[in-house]
Design a binder for this molecule. Structure first.
Ligand code: NAD
Length: 499
């Protein structure tokens, strides 16, 4: 059995805890590797390595740091097929989708090539008599990222690319469900010229996370995962004085106005609701058609499309819409929620619970499910299902539709489909959600903008990647300087002002 250890100080290191987690192939249900779960001592060793490497890296001029990112981008492109295959084998998503996962991270690395420009400070000449004032952004030191299973390439890169480009050293604690790609990324960073110790990957579970949260050297933690863990990580990291930004779960609504193009809206819902088996924090899981005839027309278009979804292992090629869920537990949980929806009285228009993949009977596959007449008191409405299940909640008016995402606990993404500019503008302005699509179902901002949810989808300050990524991983120092010729004699007792 293949074992996956850690990547510390620029090399592979075997785990010493004797504790391992199974890494499954979700398409077959087989255990394909065992990943080591780090001890506190292993985490401390990684942090010590990072702390030793960081000052020299921070002192490397930003252009040279940017060149490492430039080379990293080239190597990601060189190894794209290999990375995508390793990703699909552990996650289960299709190969084109796995490539998308790598490319969305690569785009953040590309953005970080601009580090010299982004890190330029501010300068005021003559802020006072003979006084100049300047601000500079300095790295924090050793920082950490804790990432989820659903984007094992993109989200680690969202975290470590800006952090490292800013001159920090990084500890990555990826998901224990699909740990191979994060280690491959660290190898490529070393090949790209990153000094050993600047990027370390430590595999583990809650115990490794707690070791990060309590560590006194680590200055900042970026987390992405489910909301209860995001809130826990935020509370514990900030209690130990760290800077933290922790992004959580979602329940993304898409409103369909009566004037929308119903074919476009239905296609958008199919891709955004069922792509990656619904295991995306920006998946659309609730469709809100406005008016009974809009709802009837939408259901009529959606139902045959959901029934026709092509499900299969990533090895089946490009002709597959989505693959299996990530684990047996995830499959049981999603099917259990569908059972619950039926019990609560929602109309199950398409039932994918019984789907079996021929030749892959032990894989974690299920078919797409479509619910109609879902109401806000139902568990399937309140809970993030994280599976191939779309719920239709009918609304009579735009105001009633708007009120649904407004009052939901999550605030990650949302969308509206309409041809009316006034409605779209009103929606974008009033909605209390971080990322908004207008006739775009999954409005994931590009690398040079920032990504972040509101309400219980995000704890802490600043968004991920874009200029916020650089702000999160640096702190500002402001220098007020005067040369001796500008000094007056004698002590000054009152606060200097510009009066
Ligand atoms: P998860 O919360 O189970 O795990 C995330 C990370 O936390 C992993 O590294 C895991 O090892 C660690 N962890 C798990 N349990 C822990 C515990 N009890 N104490 C400390 N650490 C623990 O999430 P997941 O299942 O890997 O990912 C899916 C979730 O992530 C979904 O809720 C999804 O919406 C969310 N997500 C959010 C975003 C975003 O940007 N908002 C992006 C992707 C995924």
């Amino acid at each position: 059995m293949r074992t996956i250890g850690h990547f510390i100080g620029g090399k592979h290191v075997e785990g010493t805890s004797g504790r391992f987690a199974d890494v499954f192939n979700p398409a077959t249900g087989e255990v394909q590797a065992k990943v080591a779960l780090a001890t506190d001592a292993e985490m401390a060793a990684a942090v010590a390595n990072a702390a030793a490497a960081q000052p020299k890296w921070a002192a490397t001029n930003p252009q040279r740091r940017a060149r490492v990112m430039m080379k990293f981008v080239e190597l990601l492109n060189r190894d794209m097929d290999k990375l995508a295959e390793a990703l699909s084998r552990e996650h289960g998503k299709t190969l084109p989708d796995a490539k998308g996962d790598v490319i969305r991270g690569l785009e953040v690395a590309e953005f970080c090539i601009g580090a010299p420009h982004l890190l330029k400070g501010e300068f005021t000449e003559g802020a006072g008599p003979g006084i100049d004032m300047y601000s500079m952004r300095q790295p924090l030191g050793v920082v950490a990222g804790i990432t989820p299973f659903n984007f094992p390439a993109m989200i680690p890169m969202w975290k470590f690319c800006p952090a490292i480009a800013c001159g920090n050293a990084f500890i990555l604690k990826p998901s224990e469900r699909d740990p191979s790609v994060p280690i491959m990324l660290a190898e490529l960073m070393i090949e790209a010229g990153l000094p050993a110790g600047v990027l370390n990957v430590v595999n583990g579970d809650k115990s490794a996370v707690d070791a990060i949260l309590d560590d006194e050297t680590i200055q900042a933690v970026g987390f992405v995962g489910s909301t209860p863990i995001a809130q826990y990580v935020y509370a514990r990291a900030t209690a130990s004085g760290k800077r933290a930004q922790c992004f959580g779960g979602a329940k993304n609504h898409m409103i369909i106005m009566p004037d929308a193009d119903m074919d476009q809206a239905a296609d958008a819902l199919i891709g955004a609701g069922y792509g990656a088996a619904g295991e995306r924090c920006m998946a659309v899981s609730v469709a809100v058609p406005v008016g009974a005839s809009t709802a009837d027309a939408l259901i009529a278009k959606l139902a045959p499309k959901v029934e026709a979804l092509k499900i299969g292992p990533y090895t089946a090629g490009d002709d597959v819409d989505f693959g299996p869920l990530v684990t047996k537990e995830a499959l049981a949980r999603v099917k259990g929620l569908v059972d619950q929806g039926v019990k609560e009285g929602a109309t199950l228009v398409v039932d994918g619970r019984g789907f079996k993949m021929q030749g892959y009977e032990n894989g974690y596959f299920m078919g797409g499910c479509l619910f109609d007449n879902v109401t806000r008191d139902m568990d399937i409405y309140k809970t993030e299902i994280f599976g191939p299940v779309l719920s239709v909640v009918r609304a009579e008016t735009y105001e009633e539709a708007l009120e649904l995402p407004m009052s939901h606990e999550y605030g990650n993404g949302t969308a509206i489909f309409t041809r009316d500019g006034d409605t779209a503008r009103d929606f974008a302005s009033r909605i209390n959600i971080g990322m908004v699509g207008i006739n775009v179902p999954i409005p994931v901002p590009l690398a040079y903008h920032t990504f972040g949810g509101w309400k219980r989808s995000g704890f802490g300050d600043l968004n991920q990647h874009g200029p916020d990524g650089f702000r999160f991983y640096t702190r500002t120092k402001t220098v007020t300087s005067r040369w001796p010729s500008g000094l007056k004699d004698g002590a000054e007792f009152s606060i200097p002002t510009m009066k």
